[in-house]
Design a protein around this ligand. Sequence first.
Ligand code: CUA
Length: 363
Amino acid sequence: MQTTSWVPLFPEQASTFAWQVDLLYFYLIAVSVAFTIPIVVAVFYFGIKYRETEKYATPDEMHGSMVLETVWSIIPFIISMTIFLGGAAVYFNQFTPPDDAMEIYIVGKQWMWKAQHQTGHREINELHVPVGRKIKLTMTTEDVLHDFFIPAFRTKMDVVPGRYTYMWFEATKPGKYHLFCAEYCGLNHSGMGGYVYVMEQRDFDNWLSGSVAGQTPVEQGRDLFMNKLGCASCHAGGANQRGAVLEGVFGHEVKLTTGETVIADEQYIRNSILNPGAQIVAGYQPIMPTFKGQVTEEQLNALVAYIKSLTPGAGQQPGGGMTSPGTNPGQAANSMTPPRADRGAESAPGSNPNTPANSNTNR
Ligand code: CUA
């Protein structure tokens, strides 16, 4: 593990935006130093030069200087605008996930991080990702506010109860990097962390094939939808079904009984499961019961993934370079494979069956 960086006390730069954040940071330090030093020097210089030499002296009359006032307005304006524009550019880059990113679900919980790959691989307090690949994290929490923080990638994002937040990155160097919770969340907040393992694509594929995959999110969601929760009895009944049609809905506009339209995104589907009465699709009755308290955050993620898969091209990249049969979300609606046992969902830290024995790619 390489922990040194070219600047002492700084974590390594291991993502595509690490240098951008550092550049902005050093620019801010340079601006602060460039103002602080002249001010401190001037305080001492004037303090000595204009010290009291004569009792009751009358100072000279002062007149304004247009040139001086213009200069000390324009220079700070330019400096503050470069800070603003630099910050905005870095921000927009960091918080606009690209469409072709590989998606991983993250669920925070007092006090652990659970990750689920599109291949069905699950991890706790560890996250394995391939190098040089765009990774998008769709995150939520089962309890309180947490914050997903990878210092070497110079990125962090709040994880908020009741909604999805997103983060993306592209790791540039294989290695093992700290993962932290950066929002005080109770007694063991300081212990809520782990490691991100950045691997060469080949090693990542080996890791995937060498560890046990549970149901993929889409498979798990289909299982819940068809069997465990019985959603299918209203939502998959053909032409006369009582529930809203879900095929082809994701990412598109939905017309509500109130006359307004909403985009059926992840948040909308999540809300419709937990609070179905809030946004009724035009043409349907408000008969759906709430599933609040009956589904975990991971099951919600799975249901959203399944409903997403009912819209071909709604864009979920299967994880890694390895695509096993049945992980293609586009086929999910047609292939009614019997559900596999749901394992690993509630395993405690340390007993994660998906933890690879050879997760060591440290250089
Ligand atoms: Cu979770 Cu602090």
